[in-house]
Structure formats: structure tokens, C-alpha cells
Design a protein around this ligand. Structure first.
Ligand code: MG
Length: 223
């Protein structure tokens, strides 16, 4: 059988592209963001939802699965799982092969309505173009740390969102351990780790500038 080219991939800076399997997302992982949407921050365990791998895109413009006038941007640190984590195993940074910045593009009104009705968030969170990622940085250019600072500019509005992973309620090892408590983590799984406060509207054609402080990278894209 010919090899399928219908595999969604992400790019690693200066290395090449690698396939993606599952896309896990953490909700309400920053207390101030939970508060700005009127939600209580989770205490016991992370809130997890999924995006299909077909939702994935890079920073170049792509068709979006819904024709809404506005979406909401959520900038997040994104992890690429490099080595599998067995069901029930304890996770740590050694399982992470790459980091990137990403935007969890959200249909906020749809999400609010679904939430109010007690229905799944899928059509608010998972659609073509909703999982936006910068190029990934391999382990050789960063070290595992509690604090990664990042920001998002939309058009000429700098610092629409400014965040630091030090403010995450559940840190990277805790997220990995929790995910592996009910699913084996596979090589190629992505994890969106949650967004800080400052989420807001963004529309098709808007310019997006994603900045990581250390290692220092600035990525430009367009919705
Ligand atoms: Mg999010």
C-alpha cells in the first residue's frame, strides 16, 4: 500500500517536519484567565479537551472551518511529546521533544452556549485552522524550566496577551502525569497547556505576532 500523505505534521526549526497524533488541550490553567471568563479555576485536576489533528495549521493563512466574523485568540505554550509515556506512568520534561507557541482559536459564543447547555465544546474548539502552531524548538535550544514568558500582538496592538508558564495552575509534569493516568501518551502528541488572561477577538486576515522571551523568538503569522 502506498504511504499515505494525509498526515498532519509540525515543523521543527532547522530540522524538518514530524507527524502529529493527538492534540490535547488544557482549559482554565491560569487563574486570571479562568476569572475573566467567569469560571472557577480547577483545584483537583486539569480540565482537558481535544482538537482533531485536522485542526492543525502553521502561521500562514489557511481556510477556517467556520465563517464567523470573529474568533477568540488564546496564546499558549505547546509541547511535542517525543517519547511515549505509558498508561499510569509519571511524566516529566524528559518526554518533551519540542516546544512552540500556539493559538487555541476559539468560537467563544458557541462555547458559551454549549457550556450553558451542558454540551461538549467540540464545535467551539476543534475545526479547520483552530490549532495554530509556530515552528517547534528542539531540546538543544531550550532547557526545561518552570517559567517561559510569551506574548501575542494582533495587528499593531502589542501585548494583547502576555503570559508566563510560571502562573500555570498545573505545571508540565503534572499535566503529563494526569494525561497518562488515563491514556498512553504517544510520540507526536501535542499538548496546548492553557492560556493566560487577555483573550479577545481576532478576525480572518489579522496579523499575529507570537513572541517567546527565552529562547528569544518572534514569529509572524496571519489568521
Ligand atoms: Mg485554550
Amino acid at each position: 500500500m502506498p504511504e499515505s500523505n494525509n498526515v498532519n505534521c509540525v515543523t521543527f526549526e532547522n530540522i524538518g517536519s514530524f507527524p502529529v497524533s493527538n492534540i490535547y488541550c488544557v482549559g482554565r490553567n491560569y487563574a486570571k484567565h479562568a476569572k475573566e471568563l467567569g469560571n472557577a479555576p480547577p483545584k483537583e485536576r486539569p480540565i482537558i479537551f481535544l482538537k482533531t489533528s485536522s485542526s492543525l495549521r502553521g502561521l500562514e493563512p489557511q481556510p477556517i472551518g467556520f465563517k464567523d466574523d470573529f474568533f477568540h485568540h488564546e496564546i499558549e505554550l505547546v509541547l511535542y511529546v517525543g517519547s511515549p509515556l505509558a498508561l499510569g506512568a509519571k511524566g516529566d520534561w524528559t518526554h518533551i521533544e519540542g516546544i512552540a507557541l500556539g493559538i487555541d482559536l476559539t468560537r467563544r459564543e458557541e462555547q458559551s452556549q454549549l457550556k450553558a447547555s451542558g454540551l461538549p465544546w467540540t464545535t467551539a474548539k476543534s475545526f479547520a485552522g483552530s490549532a495554530i502552531v509556530s515552528p517547534f524548538l528542539a531540546k538543544s535550544v531550550w532547557t526545561p524550566q518552570r517559567s517561559f514568558s510569551f506574548s501575542l500582538a494582533i495587528n499593531d496592538q502589542v501585548d494583547r496577551q502576555v503570559g508566563d508558564t510560571n502562573d500555570m495552575i498545573f505545571d508540565v509534569p503534572e499535566i503529563l502525569t494526569y494525561l497518562a493516568s488515563f491514556n498512553e501518551l504517544k510520540r507526536g502528541d501535542l499538548i496546548f497547556t492553557g492560556t493566560p488572561e487577555g483573550v479577545g477577538p481576532v478576525k480572518k486576515g489579522d496579523r499575529m505576532t507570537l513572541k517567546l522571551l527565552s529562547p528569544s523568538r518572534t514569529w509572524h503569522g496571519k489568521l
